[in-house]
Structures are given as C-alpha cells and as structure tokens.
Design a protein around this ligand. Structure first.
Ligand code: ASP
Length: 329
C-alpha cells in the first residue's frame, strides 16, 4: 500500500466516523499537552481531595499532566460553567459531585446548560456525609441538637458551600425537617467552612467523611449523625439520621467526571479508559480507603452507567427540591 492510499483510507474511515479529519488526527494522539481538571470547590476540601487523587493517577496513565484548577463560587455552578463553555477538545474536564443532580432543578437561570452541556465520562466514588458542629455545642445527640437549633432561631449558624452544594442540600433538608431558619454562611467550599467550625465561629456543617473523619476522631468537632441509609463502615459508632430520630433524610455524595458537550467520542473514550485505569490502581484504592471511600466498579466508571445514574439522580431530587422550594433565585 502506498502512503497516499494509506492516507486516503484513513481519511475515509474518519469520515465514516463522522469526525472532521483534524479532530480524528488529534484524538489518535490525544493527549499531546496538559489537561485541566476543573474542581468547582475550594482547594483542601473533600471534592478537591478526591479530584487531586484522580488527577494524579490519570496523569500517570495519559502521560501528560492533569492539572487541577479550582474554579469556585455559586455552589459549584461557576466551575461547571467553565467546562460547559470550554472548547470540546478533551483538554478541559470537570470533576463534580451530587450538585450535578440538584443544580438542574435548583437553578432556574444559568449561563450554561446543566444537563446537555456535558458528556458524562464515568462515575468516580461515593462518599457519605456527616452532621458535625463546633465541639462546644450544648447538645449530645441529634434530638438535643435539633431542639437547641430551634431554641436559637437565626442565632444558630450553618456553614455550607453555596446553593447547589451537598452541604447546602443537607443543611436545607435538616432545617426544613424541623422547621427552623438558621443563618446560612456560604463559603467557596467546605474546606474553608470547616476552619470556621474548628475555630468555634460557626455552629454546624454537613460534610463528606473525606474531610470530617480526622476531626471526628480527634474530637475537634462533635458528630451527630450520618444522613445515609446505613452506618459508615469506618465510623460505625455514628448513628444514621433515621436511627437518631430523623427518618426520610438521606444525602450521599457521588462524584462523576465530565467533558464539554461535543467532545469527540474517541477522546471521551480515552478519558474514560484513563479514569478506569486510575480507579484500578492499588495506590489509588489505598488512598481512597484512607479517606474512607472506595472507587466505583469498572462498570460504573463508564459513560453509560454515569448517564443512567445522573439522570435518575436529577429525577430523584426534582420533587424534593420543588417541595422544599430550595431554589437558588
Ligand atoms: N463538600 C462540599 C459541598 O458541600 C464541597 C467541597 O468543598 O468539597 O458540596
């Protein structure tokens, strides 16, 4: 076969795939330069911790640096917008969490499409949440905490990472369940929010165990419950909210990886492959386990499983958000 015939054949098969010749040429070599992984919450917080572990492992697999960029604010929507509106070439990707399931209902006005603006690449991990407070709060179980919240009214402070974050969702569900309106203090992530809890300047925070575990173990915060169906394997002494007297209240944080809509399929496939390789790595499994979580199965780290889960999550939260009226506007 001559070189020209070979080139012609390559061009024909790319056309058959519906790809412009240049995009196809790029995807076969992808990636040839560093990739930016946008994390929509502050550095040092729980989403950031998961994202950085993943970015590091994907760099090893892709042979190019995957550089983390914390684009924070507006409950994770600014980071998501940054990726939805980026060039769909695989060089800008998003690591987000359960916010992708609630934002489409919670935000009625956005400068990007919170569903059709993305190509899901695969699920990453699920992390349970805990309800923690400053350590000197005058309550020793959830019932006492809830009555203290009621007695304090808006003098009670609740920190979160902005409307659309898991901490805000959990805080709103908790407040609604007992009919109180605490003062909400939004941060750009629960990393900085936790500093205020540790300093005793804010009363309560709902946050992932990836951040709260060490502070619970050292006694730097008080823990009251986990809003999960079952107890947490690594912190079995903590009751579920249902066990502690507040049934019908569940928030577990799932994470997924996304590319902008229109990213060529071979590039998405390469990114998914790299996500799967990262989640198989023994040192990633070990480090995830050290922060109290496990990577999803290889089957769940796929675009199809991610899309199914994400779609179901949007449907699950829609009636809850509509019933509580927790809109961002
Ligand atoms: N845990 C945060 C949330 O409330 C986000 C973060 O800072 O990781 O969604």
């Amino acid at each position: 076969m001559t070189q020209i015939t070979r080139r012609l054949l390559a061009a024909t098969s790319l056309a058959a795939l519906g790809l412009p010749r240049q995009a196809g040429a790029q995807s076969s070599a992808f990636p040839t330069r560093p990739i930016t992984m946008v994390i929509p919450f502050a550095a040092g917080g729980p989403t950031d911790v998961v994202g950085r572990l993943l970015a590091e492992a994907m760099s090893r697999d892709l042979g190019q640096p995957v550089v983390v960029e914390n684009t924070t604010g507006a409950g994770g929507t600014l980071g998501a917008q940054r990726v939805a509106t980026a060039r769909p070439d695989g060089y800008t990707i998003l690591l987000h969490h359960i916010g992708m399931g609630v934002i489409p209902t919670m935000y009625r006005r956005l400068a990007y499409d919170p569903v059709n603006g993305f190509e899901p690449l695969g699920l990453v991990t699920e992390v349970p949440m805990t309800v923690v407070t400053r350590k000197d709060i005058p309550a020793n179980n959830l019932t006492e905490l809830l009555s203290y919240m009621k007695s304090q009214g808006d003098r009670f402070n609740l920190a979160d990472a902005g409307i659309g974050s898991s901490s805000a969702l959990c805080g709103a569900l908790l407040s609604n369940a007992i009919g109180v309106k605490p003062t909400v203090i939004p941060f750009r992530g629960t990393g900085p929010a936790m500093q205020e809890i540790l300093g005793g300047r804010v009363d309560l925070l709902c946050d992932q165990t990836t951040q709260t575990t060490e502070h619970i173990r050292s006694g730097a915060v008080k823990v009251f419950a986990t809003p999960s169906r079952t107890r947490i394997g690594t912190l079995p002494e903590i009751p579920t909210t249902a066990e502690a007297g507040l049934p019908g209240f569940e928030v577990t944080v799932w994470h997924g990886l996304y590319a902008p809509k229109g990213t060529p399929a071979p590039i998405c496939a390469r990114l998914t492959q790299s996500l799967q390789a990262a989640l198989r790595e023994p040192r990633v499994i070990e480090r995830f386990s050290a922060i109290g979580t496990t990577p999803v199965s290889q089957d769940d780290a796929t675009a199809e499983a991610h899309r199914r889960f994400w779609t179901a999550d949007i449907a699950k939260w829609k009636p809850v958000i509509e019933a509580t009226g927790s809109y961002a506007d």
